[in-house]
Design a protein around this ligand. Sequence first.
Ligand code: FAD
Length: 434
Amino acid sequence: SHEKFDAIVVGAGPSGNAAALTMAKAGLKVLQIERGEYPGSKNVQGAILYADALEKLIPDFRDDAPLERHIIEQRMWVLDDNSFVGSHYRSDDYNKPPYNRYTIIRAQFDKWFSSKVREAGALVICETTVEELLMDGDRCVGVRCDRIGGEVHADVVVLADGVNSLLARKAGFHGEIQARNVALAVKEILFMPEEVIQQRFNVKEEEGVVIEMVGTVTEGMVGTGFLYTNKDSLTIGVGCLLSDFKGNEKRTTPYALLDKLKKHPSIAPMLEGGEMKEYAAHLIPEGGLRAVPQLYGNGWLIVGDSAGFVNAVHREGSNLAMTSGRLAGETVAAAKAAGKAMNAATLAAYKAALDASFVMKDLKKYKHLPEVLERSPHFFDTYPALVNRAAKTYFTVDGVDKSTKQREILGSFKAARRVTGLFGDAFKLWRAMR
Ligand code: FAD
């Protein structure tokens, strides 16, 4: 094809769909290219959808989006090998529409999202891989694909090709992805009747629960586990920094951790009878601000996971993806309307918009966290074990007086980390989270 487009979007995940939708709605001639059989085909698993970011793109999404359950309860669990200490937050306010968070199955959701992009007028082509960006000096002028006649030209290319963006690296926009900046996560989907989920999680139809977990299951590696309730399935998964898997002396695999998590005595009963349909492994960008590359240049923009936009602390990714995609789309549409060239000077407005949004503000807030966590494995191992041991000591009634129990608990903390270590850890955590 020798057609020229206003914009080409590479990838049809949440960030690419947000960018393509925004530009198509503004009347631009948009081509979106996705390598999967259909948008979401590589994304079979459950996830949390944050309504706010989608509402800004599709205000009435609740009318027909494939949503599983809205979240009414958030649980945070600290695990040791056979117990957990947890906090639960449940509110009836989360049961009043419009709901704030939902579980979704990405394969269905991405497909639906893509249908909106098509309706807005973008040309969406699947089963096509973009192999490289066409460069004219330092200006990106289009893409080369493995199909549709090879080369396609556009005024601007939006890179929404996900974590590990090979295209940006090939073009020299950023360097090799570092193992300490990505988590390797595995997750499974387990099917069971709706009523069973409702009973086990103490919820009604369409109500859902999220469990976020940290603890000895990751064997001291920086990582977390999670469990989401879908309509008639559960998503369970665990992820740790790739650098930790690589450096792990025991050579533990992600699947071994997931297996251990599923067998945990506090978790196994919730999964019982669940029929495993599929599992998937995927990388998550978790380097935070330090891993964010150059975000724009002459004729190109980077959005979503390929820009490293994930808030690992709050388990947010898709909302940063959608927001960055929307802001990129708005930047391009405004430039087009003003008749400006799609050069770095014009596209700098995208970075300014990101800086003013929660995307960069949150990444900046947690900028010290990755380095603090990677140098403090005891947050993922020693402390979870201590906290659980303390709870056991405290709640076991065995004729030992309470003051003695308190001394025992304090003693176990001091023995494990010494007083200086305890204060040091508290300070580091405060610095990283403030
Ligand atoms: P992606 O969704 O990865 O989409 C990229 C698309 O580009 C893919 O469809 C891919 O096929 C396509 N593509 C790649 N290269 C090419 C190419 N060369 N040519 C053509 N197409 C290409 N976020 C949340 O908000 N909530 C959650 O609960 C949550 N849970 C998660 C659990 C796990 C285990 C993982 C791994 C991630 C989770 N995330 C979650 C993060 C979230 O999935 C991502 O942040 C989000 O999908 C990023 O969207 P994206 O569009 O940038 O990238």
